[in-house]
Write a protein of this length. Structure first.
Length: 311
């Protein structure tokens, strides 16, 4: 399956993108392979050498390249990632700032924001003017609110690439007007080509739903995950290892949310109108940083049971 001319597989398996360099060369004693270096390796080498702040950025035709403090002859030419559209994307810093809990007025956050905006403008002077005009994301990401799963960061994407909705445990229901409104806007207005529901292992929401504790208002939300458990109880209760059973429930929950999206009239009408739209279920592993496909992908209403199809 292709995403706008390029495969999703490297993202799914947590692999770092490769960039093509201008010539076969050596950096800090490491030979390139057919003129290529993995981004992560190059960044490690740069920081080990004390080269300073490196940035990952894309030009307006969405090419990914490393813009580091290297001699010009060692810099890398762009690598196409998502086609040749004219969207402008911001540089993504290779390092991040730590929040200072003692900063009661959040002055540090505003300072970091100004530094980021200044760096972006220096590299791409009209970036903000361009991105201010419109957004053209091709992917809707529905994920968990967990702070350890920042969608753009784990997929190496910048502003304008993802339309994002997050909630506790990436739950999608047919009565959540908030989530359904996001899906409708993404499908009918933005014309996204992919919807990804991504759960993550060690999810606190799924863990809470797995037990019998009371947590207050959120219990009403967690009941949706309990329903998923009930639907898959036969499979889940054959898994003796508690950790493995928990991980499987995380997967079932993500798949169930993806199925619910497909059952919506929003998505079915899009398919009826021959709109290019694929719904995916993924899971992210906090332990290794890898996102992986689950056994669910739907490209048309043939993926649905007859009872869910609308006329």
């Amino acid at each position: 399956m292709e995403l706008i001319g390029s495969s999703l597989s490297s993202v799914v398996h947590g692999e770092w993108k490769w960039v093509h360099c201008r010539r076969h060369q050596k950096v800090a004693g490491h030979s390139s392979t057919e003129g290529c270096f993995p981004i992560f390796t190059m960044l490690q080498l740069l920081f080990k050498k004390g080269a300073g702040v490196s940035t990952l950025s894309r030009t307006r035709n969405s090419r990914l390249f490393i813009n580091a403090l290297l001699p010009r002859q060692q810099q890398c030419r762009p690598f196409f990632m998502f086609g040749t559209d004219n969207r402008a994307l911001s540089p993504i810093k290779a390092t991040t700032n730590k929040f200072d809990p003692s900063d009661r007025h959040l002055d540090g956050l505003l300072k970091h924001n100004r530094e980021w905006a200044k760096a972006v403008k220096k590299q791409e002077p009209d970036f903000f003017e361009q991105i201010n005009l419109k957004q053209e994301p091709k992917i809707l990401w529905i994920g968990c609110s967990d702070s350890r799963v920042p969608a753009e960061q784990i997929l190496q994407l910048g502003p304008g690439e993802l339309f994002v909705h997050r909630n506790i445990a990436n739950v999608v229901t047919n009565s959540d007007i908030n989530c359904l409104s996001v899906i409708q806007y993404a499908v009918e207005v933005l014309k996204v080509q992919h919807i990804i529901v991504c759960g993550h292992y060690n999810c606190g929401g799924v863990a809470a739903a797995s037990g019998n504790g009371q947590y207050g208002l959120i219990d009403n939300w967690l009941r949706n995950i309990k329903d998923v458990y009930r639907l898959h109880a036969k499979e889940l209760e054959t898994i003796q290892d508690e950790k493995a059973r928990f991980r499987r429930l995380v997967e079932c929950n993500a798949i169930h949310s993806a199925e619910t999206i497909c059952h919506s009239t929003i998505v079915q009408n899009a398919w009826k109108n021959n709109q290019n739209l694929t719904v995916h279920a993924w899971v992210y592993d906090l332990a290794d940083g890898h996102a992986r496909r689950l056994r669910f992908i739907a490209k048309d209403s043939n993926s649905l049971g007859n009872i869910y199809k609308v006329a």
